[in-house]
Ligand binder design. Structure first.
Ligand SMILES: NC(=O)c1ccc[n+]([C@@H]2O[C@H](COP(=O)([O-])OP(=O)(O)OC[C@H]3O[C@@H](n4cnc5c(N)ncnc54)[C@H](O)[C@@H]3O)[C@@H](O)[C@H]2O)c1
Length: 264
């Protein structure tokens, strides 16, 4: 079997961990790592065996995986799709920006290929996306984090996060509003929205809870299929406490499924 030649965009917390997990994989070969121009030399020192570039090579790549952010989707994913290279995207929160989802779709259509959004830090995306086919009535996402995790966000306005003694709802509204006000926390809400009722009809509640240490994600959905409640208590990635380890596993699963004879 010839290995799929993968271009990995971004070599930060998620990218580095993806690389580690792909080491020795005979079905997937990382053929290029793409980082901004100024980071090429440093990334090359980090991974001496793999070519590092500031662009996705136009030849010799079967699959692109993005773990870098909104700018990288614009710079690298859109052109790769238009050239006909399938792409896997981790920065799903970026699709809350007006028009980006449509532009990804248009580029993939032009290239006769596909862009896959990973489930990342959240589960039950398969159930939600399947339930949508029968019709969804409501979908609500609740993100609960320790107060310090909300520092540097609008949650600080009018309250002292360090002084909270009980759980406090810091935001309640649509996923679209949540993405505008809390862009750094947009990945899960955007993923749930895209799989379910969309950014305007997915309700989001964000909570600062002094009684917890981990980030807790809850999704409640009901519709023609019945209903479900899902709670995730994700462990952070050692390299970046803001990123769940599950996001890395989700990206690696998506990659392995592309190469697998039996995908699940
Ligand atoms: N889907 C999910 O559930 C989920 C969960 C966590 C993080 N994410 C997203 O994954 C992405 C990566 O997260 P991380 O923790 O690894 O971040 P990070 O900051 O540790 O790493 C980002 C990497 O991308 C590179 N980069 C930035 N702009 C680039 C560009 N224009 N072209 C090429 N490379 C570029 C940086 O140099 C860096 O190597 C973020 O967008 C984050 O929001 C998604």
């Amino acid at each position: 079997m010839t290995a799929l030649r993968v271009a990995l965009i971004g070599c930060g917390a998620i990218g580095t961990s993806v690389l580690e997990l792909l080491e020795g994989d005979t079905a997937l070969a990382v053929a290029a790592i793409v980082v901004p121009e100024e980071g090429v030399a440093a990334a090359q020192r980090l991974v001496p065996g793999v070519p590092v570039a500031s662009r996705v090579p136009v030849a010799g790549i079967d699959l692109v995986v993005e773990t870098a952010g909104h700018a990288a989707i614009e710079e690298h994913v859109l052109p790769a799709l238009a050239r006909g290279t399938p792409c896997i995207v981790a920065s799903v929160g970026a699709l809350s920006a007006a028009g980006l989802a449509e532009r990804l779709e248009a580029a993939a259509t032009a290239g006769r290929t596909q862009v896959q959004l990973i489930a990342g830090a959240i589960g039950a995306i398969d159930a939600l996306a399947a339930a949508r086919i029968g019709g969804l009535g409501s979908v609500r996402y609740t993100g609960r984090k320790p107060p310090r995790a909300w520092k540097g966000t609008p949650a600080e306005q009018g309250r002292d996060l360090d002084a909270l003694t009980q759980e406090t709802v810091i935001f309640e509204g649509s996923a679209r509003e949540a993405a505008q006000l809390y862009p750094k926390n947009a990945n899960v809400a955007a993923t749930v929205s895209l799989a379910g009722l969309g950014l305007d009809r997915t309700m989001v509640r964000l909570i600062a809870d002094p009684a917890i240490a981990d980030n807790v994600h809850t999704v409640e959905a009901e519709g023609a299929f019945g209903s479900f409640e899902l709670t995730m208590r994700n462990k952070p990635l050692a390299a970046n406490p803001k990123t769940s380890a599950l996001t890395v596993y989700s990206a690696v699963r998506a990659l392995r499924n592309r190469a697998a004879a039996l995908a699940i």
